[in-house]
Design a protein around this ligand. Sequence first.
Ligand SMILES: *[C@@H]1O[C@H](CO)[C@@H](O)[C@H](O)[C@H]1NC(C)=O
Length: 319
Amino acid sequence: MIAQLALALVCLVAAWMPFLCLSPLKGWSWSRTLCSWRLKFPTLSFSSHKHREISSESVSRPWLTATTFGGQCCTHAHHEQECSELNEDDLKVLASHIDETDGSPPWKLMMEHSTPTLTYQAWYRDPPLGPTQYRTRTVFENVSPELLRNFFWDDEFRPQWDNTLIHFKTLRVCPQTGSMTVHWIRKLPLFCSDREYVITRRIWESASGYYCLSKGTPYPPIPRSKRPRRVDNYYSSWHIKSVKPRNGEQHKMASEVLLFHHEDIGLPREVVKMGVRAGMWSLVKRLHLGLQIYQMAKENDGSPSNYALMANITTKIKN
Ligand SMILES: *[C@@H]1O[C@H](CO)[C@@H](O)[C@H](O)[C@H]1NC(C)=O
């Protein structure tokens, strides 16, 4: 009898396992109640975003500071060929997503939400192979494209709003193109093991805004291990542009971020999708609060972070 009960319990836990692992992208609000994570949103504070001394010399030569982010030093020499990991072909792929000329199945609307200073829409589609793809459109009122660009690049600030990010390190930077390779480890709730990413990213700029490319990349110096499990298939790229503010107020501004995202975290599509449905809007609100705090911090402290200096190195393209 007891053995049967125990067996039933194990099955129940096993059946629920996938549902407790629903954190493909970020942390869900309900999952935070299930496990106490390292970083809670209420811990947001200005002091945790360290004031950095940046001399005029390092501003004019971002390369010097970029190698020592957060006291972590790059493990790699910087060769020319390392600078070409993301190229115009990647840019064309992002452009084809934006223009909807990528020939993939049509997007299905997943959710629409708004607050007085935020508009959010999310779509998904399931390609014949691979993980579910997401497209989101977010309009931030009173925020400049440059602030958003820097905010999304700033791994040091990111844990303030993204409580799944438990480790980040800059592995290499390319001072010519501004491209960076970073190492991330994310925590998933409960029994799920952590996920590891090696991501290369780079920004292009045109009159219509910023094209921010970010994609999983092979990186032999960090061999894959069983735990944390490496997520190879990772693609997250977005376009940031200035748009008309919602109420048409002349002295105000607004910025739109169009994001295309997919990643294969090794869980069934439908399970992941359920998690996204359940948790995405609360995550976006956290992101927005983080952005507002970032914005205030920048207004009080004019010196740009190392990440902002890197984000400012873009490749200019014609429209
Ligand atoms: C950003 O780059 C532009 C040139 O593209 C330069 O004029 C500006 O000073 C840079 N800003 C910072 C903070 O480095």
